[in-house]
Design a protein around this ligand. Structure first.
Ligand code: ADP
Length: 377
């Protein structure tokens, strides 16, 4: 069916590797480009290219013989993608969608213009300009580009914090009284048809800015669930999405919903869709870019997802032993990314726990978290 179709993914991380897994089901020939020959995809793609997705030349060189190019990370060269599209290569998501999303300030302004609620924010060019905003403290500071997993985000409370903050273009943002952090995965095809997955509740360890649990269904009341899904749908339409996108949101103490961040690609907040939805986010992305009918985004079981981080070298054995115990529990699914020699704290895999009953999935996850914590100690 697709024997003569050549598809390429920019980025070779774990999300790309999960996409490859579904590409096998469709009999696809998929090329991957990543900077690192140690990236997870390098092991699984017969046509792996070492190159920088942020480099115009590398993107064009990689994509020019392909029919379709897609992404597993948004840090890619947009002009390179435009050139490929001019050469007849199909590019998903479009360079225009990516351009809105790559820079947090551009993204915020775009959403504001489209009447999508966002936290108030100001663009600051550097640390010197930041110092003139002391009257706004406390605030959140976010690097405009290249931030991920909270690494480009700082909570600033004092003037002293300002003087040691990032010295580059950033968005200064009002602090939202966040009651819940939610993500909605949404897919949209070329004809504008939308499938929206059930909202996911993300629970963070605030001290370390790390995700503790991700729970689906999120446990929202029906009205709020409808509001967040319709917001995600509006965002997908506003950015003219073709593909899949995570829409991260805050629900504030007063019930107001803010869109925090967009990621127009498969996302870690959609990991659970592998086991817990009728169509995984990865299959959905492939269906969209291949022009196939989209699959149902319906939830088939409750789930809790948690990341497994690289432990200190002397605790590796303890983690392996803990995982053996954890896998004795019913409906626990391990995804190990096969990363070589990760730094301590790096995401090495994840576990998805499913159950018909949401409370049961949560209870199992609390025990599993405890076992993991003990083995890191
Ligand atoms: P990243 O892209 O690195 O994940 P986010 O914008 O998601 O960055 O911010 C990381 C975390 O910081 C969020 O999950 C949230 O807990 C907190 N945060 C971000 N912006 C705000 C805000 N305006 N008010 C309160 N907390 C925030």
């Amino acid at each position: 069916m697709f024997e003569n179709l050549k598809i390429g993914i920019l980025g070779g991380g774990q999300l790309g590797a999960m996409l490859l897994r579904y590409a096998i089901d469709f009999g696809l020939d998929v090329a991957v480009m990543d900077k690192s020959t140690y990236s997870p995809c390098a092991r699984y793609s017969a046509s792996f290219t070492c190159g920088d997705p942020m480099s115009f030349d590398d993107v064009v060189r990689f994509g020019k013989e392909l029919d379709i190019v897609t992404i597993e990370k948004e840090a890619v060269n947009i002009d390179g993608l435009r050139r490929l599209r001019d050469m007849g290569v199909k590019v998903y998501p479009s360079p225009e969608t990516l351009e809105i999303i790559q820079d947090k300030y551009v993204q915020k302004e775009f959403l504001k213009e489209h009447n999508i609620p966002v936290a108030m924010g100001w663009l600051v060019a550097d640390r010197q300009e930041l110092m003139s905003h002391a009257d706004k403290l406390p605030v959140v500071l976010k690097k405009c580009t290249q931030g991920y997993d909270g690494k480009g985000v700082l909570m600033l409370r004092t003037v002293e914090d300002l003087s040691t903050a990032f010295d580059e273009p950033c968005v200064l943002e009002e602090i939202v009284d966040v009651k819940q952090e939610i993500s909605v995965i949404v897919s949209r095809n070329e004809s504008g048809v939308i499938e929206c997955y059930d909202p996911v509740l993300m629970i963070f360890d605030k001290q370390r800015m790390l995700l503790d649990f991700q729970i689906c269904p999120a446990g929202l009341d029906e009205e709020t669930a409808i509001r967040v899904c319709s917001l995600a749908t509006r965002v997908a339409e506003a950015v003219d999405l073709t593909g899949i996108m995570a829409v991260e949101m805050f629900i504030a103490g007063n019930g107001k919903i803010y869109v925090n961040e967009l990621a127009p690609r498969p996302h870690n907040s959609g990991h659970h869709t592998i086991e817990a939805a009728k169509t995984s986010q990865f299959e959905q992305q492939l269906r969209v870019i291949l022009g196939l009918p989209m699959g149902s985004a319906q939830t088939v079981s409750a789930s809790v997802m948690m990341n497994i981080l690289e432990p200190a070298a002397h605790r590796k054995h303890a983690i392996t032993e803990a995982l053996k115990t954890i896998l004795c529990t019913n409906d626990v699914h391990l995804h190990w990314y096969g990363k070589k020699g990760g730094m301590e704290g790096r995401k090495m895999g994840h576990i998805t726990i499913t159950d018909i009953q949401r409370e049961e999935a949560i209870s199992k996850s609390v025990i599993i978290k405890h076992l993991l914590k003990e083995s890191y100690a």
